[in-house]
Write a protein of this length. Sequence first.
Length: 363
Amino acid sequence: MSSTTNSVIDSVCSKERLSFDDGVNLIGSHDLIGLGAAADRLCRELHPEQYRTFVVDRNINYTNVCTSGCTFCAFYKDTDHRDGYVLSKDEIFKKIEEAISLGGTQILMQGGLHPDLKIDYYVDLLRSIKEKFDIHIHSFSPPEIIHFSALNNLPTKEVLALLKNAGLDTIPGGGAEILTDRCRGILSPHKCSASEWLQVMREAHMSGIKSTVTMMFGHVETLEERVVHLEKVRQLQDETGGFTAFIPWTFQPKNTALSLSTEKTTGFIIGGFDYLRTLAVSRLFLDNIPNIQASWVTQGSKIAQLALKFGANDLGSTMIEENVVRAAGVDFRMDKEEMIALIEELGFEAMQRDCYYNILSGK
């Protein structure tokens, strides 16, 4: 273990908050075992319980039509594309019924920035779902909220209030990518800025809507920019306390415009080493976010299992349906039984949770 890494880990063990420079030193460290041990130690202090968690839910992408044109996305279609779609209510209801029949307790509903779907569409959809189903609705990331705001000439606070009153429970942390405008100018120049993303989350939290927060890495960002992202997340959490979990995941390049670009810093194929290193640093740096989620959907089951020894305490969702990452050529699958087996192999009990990390049941 290097002296720098050792010094920083000593700071964590003595309950000292890591500085930005500490984070930069750690994110560049090659001492994966030392980082993993420190992150696992902190995770066990935060979660001394002898179980690790997962959630059963379904991703529902209500439309793939999007005006944003993000260079990292292989899922979206232009408005006039023959494969563009908007799901009908009946199609969405059928997906929810299937999820509930498989033990699902929530839906993650996200879509493209559709130019023709006004706020009434979303309000009616939420109300219809709540009238028909007892299901937690975890939906509409900050870029969608900002899009609804612009399309309907409404403040984002009012958009959030309308959606909450119609049945929105929590919002996902998608669209964060890397929270620097340099990166966002390359990745998603037509989507919200870093400060706008953070402001929507601030408003959501202050209105009583909890959320997750993500980081997509392994594209055009520098290692230092990953720490900038972590610091901005930590600062907002200090202010609001509204983030329930942090979910880092890696860019998947296949079928994306970015894969053909020369605008890259870190390279496009992030291996297990860099993923686990970044995950461990996230646990060490984000001392105020209670839960860290593993990303089996981008890393596969074996690395996701290791993640539970590198700072993660949650294996994430069974994802009864997932379309966005699959469009980029990655098609890992995981059912409830495999999740339980992976957790139990590590000596933990597997427990199903809800979106707030309340335990629902054992296996």
